[in-house]
Design a protein around this ligand. Structure first.
Ligand code: HEM
Length: 261
């Protein structure tokens, strides 16, 4: 699996490199079409500055972060959400009832509503847990020797965190393979244990976009459920909870029908 992820990372980097090269070939200073063109302009103007950080490596990293870290992750979470809603219509019904009770239908949900929609929040946490979008987080290099559980892991070793093992640990999440948003609610309906879903990893290098992703997910999925009932496009073909490993762990393609409520 790890080798496959690393191969996929290479493929994405090659694709991005090609994209930047194409931009360089047809670059026209009087017609800046997008972010890459603007960055190229800055690169050219900094050509004689030995300390510049506006170089091709930096550009590739930024474009990668926008596409992979910033877009692919959140859109994959939304695809998992739609898949779970198809498979668990009772859950989307409960979400819709909560949204109708708290907000109604005359306006879209806003971030201020977040604290009043604990069931919706529980569904998002359960989606991030079972969806396991970044099961192996991001590899890290060790800056110095590390002693852990009686082992010494040498400096420069590559550490690959296994978030999957946390999400499906039955000591933390009983019946870990069942989609049960209720596991995050106490008897009064308040949220609990949400800090155990380490979808964004933790520590100094925790996901930089966590707050943004949580906002996007909340606004997107609550607005979707407020306005639409999500169903399988083909009733004989209910999408599988078994995903496929690419840069992220994502659902296999499926057809979604969104029926206005
Ligand atoms: C559901 C959505 C997302 C998930 C599940 C997710 C997950 C992760 C994970 C597991 C890491 C690795 C943390 C580590 O190295 O320990 C990470 C890193 C990162 N994420 Fe996200 N992410 C999401 C959305 C976003 C968004 C929306 C952005 C930016 C707009 C973003 C930007 C980044 C960046 C820049 C890093 C590298 C941070 C660093 O190395 O210091 N992510 N993310």
């Amino acid at each position: 699996r790890i080798k496959k992820v690393l191969r996929n990372v290479d493929k994405v980097e090659n694709h991005l490199r090609q994209l930047v090269e194409e931009h360089e070939q047809i670059y026209d200073e009087n017609n800046l079409r997008d972010y890459v063109d603007v960055f190229l302009k800055k690169m050219k103007s900094e050509r004689n500055n030995p300390n510049t950080t506006f170089d091709e490596d930096q550009l590739l990293k930024i474009v990668g972060e926008l596409f992979v870290a910033g877009t692919e992750t959140t859109s994959t979470a939304i695809r998992w959400f739609c898949l779970f809603m198809i498979r668990h219509p009772e859950v989307q019904e409960k979400m819709r009832n909560e949204i109708n009770d708290v907000i109604g239908t005359s306006r879209f949900p806003s971030l201020e509503d977040k604290q009043n929609l604990p069931y919706c929040e529980a569904v998002i946490h359960e989606t991030l847990r079972i969806g396991t979008i970044a099961p192996l987080s991001v590899p890290h290099g060790l800056a110095s020797d590390l002693k852990f559980n009686g082992f010494t892991i040498p400096k420069d070793a590559l550490l690959i965190p296994n978030l999957y093992s946390v999400f499906f640990d039955e000591k933390i999440f009983p019946d870990p393979y069942d989609f049960k948003p209720e596991r995050f609610l106490d008897e009064k309906g308040n949220l609990k244990n949400t800090d155990k879903v380490l979808a964004f990893s933790l520590g100094r290098r925790v996901c930089l976009g966590e707050a943004l992703a949580r906002m996007e997910l909340f606004l997107f999925v609550t607005s979707l459920i407020q306005r639409f009932t999500l169903e399988a496009g083909d009733i004989k073909n209910i999408p599988s909870e078994k995903g496929t490993m690419g840069i992220t762990y994502a659902p296999k393609d499926f057809v979604l029908k969104a029926v206005p409520t």
